[in-house]
Structure formats: structure tokens, C-alpha cells
Ligand binder design. Structure first.
Ligand SMILES: [Zn+2]
Length: 501
């Protein structure tokens, strides 16, 4: 395997963290503790007595963010839906381009959590809970949350707080960054930490200050305005959150804990937007489809069928194309293929008649899924065209590659995957598909190598190392083997750093 291909497999933007400096595995037990066992939260926390003012450089911030991401992916909290994540990235990038760091490589992702929250990690990672996606009433409201989080990142708020605490190693900084998130994402954790005085003190110390919030609001509004969203959506959304705390019991928006909303704060925003005109913007079809997908995924297939049928027949408020999409998806899940095909035909006609709804990647993906389930004879040729039209839509590519492999066309699959892995070097599904393809091509070295990267990006070092060992034993060119040796060294160093602790 050539040098170029090595670059493809390991994200050029992310080499595994230098173990001497960082050693993610050293902090893994602590992180898991923080995330999963609230009662003992106080036990493993760093001492916050000393305050070092050392600022973090952008690369350190990025490394902290990446380490936290690996943990989030390992925790299963990550919502592994490429369509939802692709959508969030498109929306986020529309705002980022107007920020003071337009070239910063942001990654937006959804969390499988139905409480209302969003958060930013150092280095450009922004998480949005499914619950927040569902509570927003229009795309500008969602943009207002993203704009605010982007501004926390570009103003380095979290990084400043992290570096202001005692954090002599990168590992403890990453631990602190995640501790902040863990403690705040779950109110019970916060309650439990009252026992752990350190944790309590830390949390008080690390809450975003009023100044941080105001700065993030102000800059977030600027991004919204420049990107053409309705800035009035920001105060509207915050007011609704504030009201909802009185209404929703036990599910009070965590967003309000992490980004304290005060009447002062809302008044300040209102003052700013009052000078700006209202913008009546239609939501993108993707916004409606993503939310429909989340609504459907919370219901059983038959409940979802009734829900969307009812929405369509009673002309319930909402986008009928999205409701029809939800119905087809539910019918497919329920294996009612004949009805799914009928309703899909209606969906395609509706989309064709509506302006701006033609050629939608999510509808195209669903069409392919119905065709596959129904064993439609033109399925393969459908995918060939669809992938040409939407070469960036990962959900479509996952499905197409799976179909290719079922049809023993691993060569074509490998070509597609190589391109995708370059774009999304931390996407473990792509590596899994790569491993399947190489298995079919009887290339054990490449197969185990791809499997190793999948495990590594899930934070599973032992299995990643085992796969690289298997790859090594499969034999290969001198060059291939030296790459595997070098990867093995990196992973082993990380693992050793963990056991040393
Ligand atoms: Zn905030």
C-alpha cells in the first residue's frame, strides 16, 4: 500500500495523539466514570486548587476535542445517523463561513438524547441533542443554537476555562472538558456531585459566565444575520425554553444549565434584534425530513404509520412532504412493501410538484431502500445514478456499497469507499464496509487493517491492536508491513500509557 493510501486511512488532520503528551487511555477509566456513574463523580476529579493561566494552542484544543469525540462515540451516545449529521454539518457550515475562523474544521453531530441540550467542545466539535432538534420550530431557531455554540468555540471559552483550571497534562484537560459536559448533561449527576465537594466547586467554576453567554449570543446573532437567517428566532427560542422549564417536569432543558438563560440575557438579545427586520424564511426540506426521521424513530413502526397517516388526513400543521416521507419510512420498517411503494410514488410526485423539493438526497436514499426491499430489478442501476447525483450523501453510499457487496462487486465498492474515507476519516461504518469489501477480495491484510481503524476510532484499542497483529501475520509487501508496524507502535504506546497510570 502506497504512501498516498496510508494518508487516506489515517486522517491527515488527525494523527493519533502523541502518547507522551496526551495518553487518552490514561484517562479512559476516569472518563467512563464521569459519564456513567454519577455517584462516584467526585472521586476521580483533578484537584482544582491551583490555577494555571496557560492558554491552549489551537492544536491542543483540537486534540482535546478529538479525544472527547472518541469517548462520545464509544459511549453510544453518538447518534450514528449520517443523514442527520450531514444535515447539521451543512447548516453549521453556512454559519461558520462568516465566523472569525472560517477555515476551522468544525464537526457537527447529533446525540441520541431526548433532553434539550447542545454543547461545544474545544477545537470545533458541536453536539446537538435529538431533543433540541425536535423542540426547535424552524430552521432559524436551530441556526441560533448552532451560531451560539460556534461562537463559544471561536472565542475559545471552554478552552479558556479548561486551561484556567489545574491542567498540567493534556489528558487532564480533556478529562475536565468532558467532566463539564458529563456533569451538566445530566441534572442527576449535578445533584449527586453536591456530595463531591471538588466536583461541585469545579462545576461552579466552569459554568459559562454571563460574559461568555453574552459574547456567544452577540457573535451568534452576527453569524445568523450574515448567513441570512431570521435573528428574531434567537430570543423566541430562548423564551420558549425559559417558559418550558415551568411546564416540563424532570425534563427541564439542560441547555439552560449549560448556557444560563436570564431575563437580562434575553432582553439584551431583544435589544439587538429589534433593530433588525424580520425575515420570513421557508425551512429547508432537509430540516423537516430530519425532524420527521427523529419523530418516527421514537415510535414503533405501526405507531409511526398511524401517526403520519393521521397527520396527512387531518392536514396537521407541518410539511406534508415530510409527513409522507415519514409514512413511507414507517411502512418500510413494518415490511408493508406494497403500500410503501404506493406511498413512495405519491411522495415522489409531491416532491416533483413542489418547488425546491426535487432531487432531495434523503428522499433518493429512501427510494433506494424501498427498491432494495422490494427486489426491484433496476435497483443497481438506480443506485449508480443516485450516487453520481449525490456523491456526498453517506447514507446512500452505505446502502449502495452494501448492495454491491451482496452482488459480489467488491472492486467497485472499494473505489467508492476509498474516496469517502478521505472525506470522513473518523467514520467507523466506512471502515467496516471496507473490511467487508477486502474480505470478499481475499485481501486479509487490508481487511484487518480497515477493521483495526474502525475499532481505534471507537476508542477500542485492544481489538484494534489485535486486528493489526492479524494484518501483520497475513503477510504483505515490505511497505505495507512497515505501515502496520508504525500504527501498531502508536496504538501500543497509547495502551501502555493507560496501564502505567
Ligand atoms: Zn452558551
Amino acid at each position: 500500500m502506497g504512501k498516498a493510501e496510508q494518508q487516506v486511512l489515517f486522517n491527515p488532520r488527525f494523527t493519533f495523539p502523541d502518547p507522551d503528551k496526551i495518553s487518552i487511555m490514561k484517562i479512559l477509566p476516569l472518563l467512563l466514570l464521569l459519564i456513567f456513574s454519577p455517584c462516584t463523580l467526585g472521586d476521580g476529579l483533578p484537584d482544582l486548587g491551583d490555577v494555571s493561566q496557560a492558554a491552549l494552542n489551537p492544536m491542543q484544543e483540537r486534540e482535546i476535542g478529538q479525544q472527547s469525540m472518541m469517548q462520545i462515540k464509544a459511549s453510544k451516545q453518538f447518534l450514528n445517523d449520517p443523514e442527520i449529521n450531514d444535515y447539521l454539518n451543512q447548516l453549521g457550515d453556512r454559519l461558520v463561513q462568516f465566523s472569525n475562523e472560517p477555515s476551522l474544521d468544525f464537526e457537527f453531530f447529533a446525540m441520541n438524547d431526548y433532553s434539550v441540550n447542545a454543547f461545544a467542545l474545544p477545537g470545533g466539535f458541536v453536539g446537538v441533542n435529538a431533543g433540541l432538534l425536535l423542540i426547535t420550530e424552524n430552521e432559524s431557531e436551530l441556526a441560533s443554537v448552532l451560531g451560539h455554540e460556534i461562537s463559544h468555540v471561536t472565542q475559545h471559552h471552554l478552552a479558556r476555562m479548561v486551561s484556567a483550571t489545574k491542567g498540567d497534562t493534556m489528558a487532564s484537560m480533556a478529562a475536565i472538558a468532558l467532566a463539564i459536559l458529563a456533569a451538566r448533561s445530566n441534572p442527576d449527576v449535578a445533584q449527586a456531585t453536591v456530595a463531591g465537594v471538588q466536583a461541585h466547586a469545579m462545576q461552579k467554576q466552569l459554568d459559562f459566565t454571563r460574559e461568555h453567554e453574552q459574547e456567544a449570543d452577540r457573535l451568534g446573532l452576527e453569524l445568523m444575520q450574515k448567513a441570512g437567517f431570521d435573528t428574531h428566532a434567537m430570543p423566541t427560542f430562548l423564551e420558549r425554553l425559559q417558559r418550558s422549564t415551568r411546564l416540563i417536569d424532570g425534563n427541564a432543558p439542560n441547555y439552560m444549565r449549560t448556557h444560563p438563560i436570564t431575563s437580562d440575557r434575553i432582553a439584551d438579545i431583544e435589544n439587538r434584534v429589534n433593530k433588525q427586520p424580520y425575515r420570513l424564511l421557508p425551512d429547508s426540506l432537509d430540516f423537516d425530513l430530519v425532524r420527521t426521521k427523529l419523530i418516527g424513530s421514537q415510535k414503533t413502526a405501526s405507531d409511526a404509520i398511524s401517526y403520519f397517516t393521521d397527520a396527512l388526513t387531518t392536514h396537521r400543521h407541518g410539511n406534508p412532504i415530510a409527513q409522507q416521507y415519514g409514512l413511507v419510512q414507517a411502512l418500510l420498517r413494518d415490511k408493508q412493501l406494497d403500500r410503501a411503494k404506493l406511498e413512495l410514488a405519491a411522495l415522489l410526485k409531491q416532491a416533483k410538484d413542489a418547488q425546491g423539493a426535487q432531487n432531495n438526497a434523503m428522499i433518493e436514499t429512501l427510494t433506494g431502500q424501498v427498491k432494495r426491499a422490494a427486489n426491484d430489478p433496476d435497483t443497481l442501476s438506480f443506485y449508480r445514478t443516485a450516487v453520481k447525483n449525490f456523491p456526498q450523501h453517506r447514507a446512500l453510499i452505505y446502502d449502495y456499497v452494501d448492495l454491491l457487496l451482496n452482488n459480489n462487486q467488491a472492486e467497485t465498492a472499494v473505489k467508492l469507499l476509498t474516496d469517502q474515507v478521505t472525506r470522513h476519516p473518523t467514520d467507523t461504518t466506512l471502515y467496516d464496509l471496507q473490511a467487508r469489501s477486502y474480505n470478499q477480495l481475499h485481501k486479509p491484510l487490508e481487511q484487518h487493517q480497515a477493521q483495526a481503524y474502525s475499532f481505534a476510532w471507537q476508542g477500542n484499542l485492544p481489538d484494534a491492536i489485535q486486528q493489526l497483529e492479524l494484518a501483520k501475520r497475513s503477510g504483505g509487501s515490505f511497505y505495507q508491513l512497515s505501515i502496520i508496524e508504525s500504527d501498531l507502535r502508536e496504538l501500543r504506546d497509547m495502551q501502555n500509557a493507560q496501564t502505567k497510570k
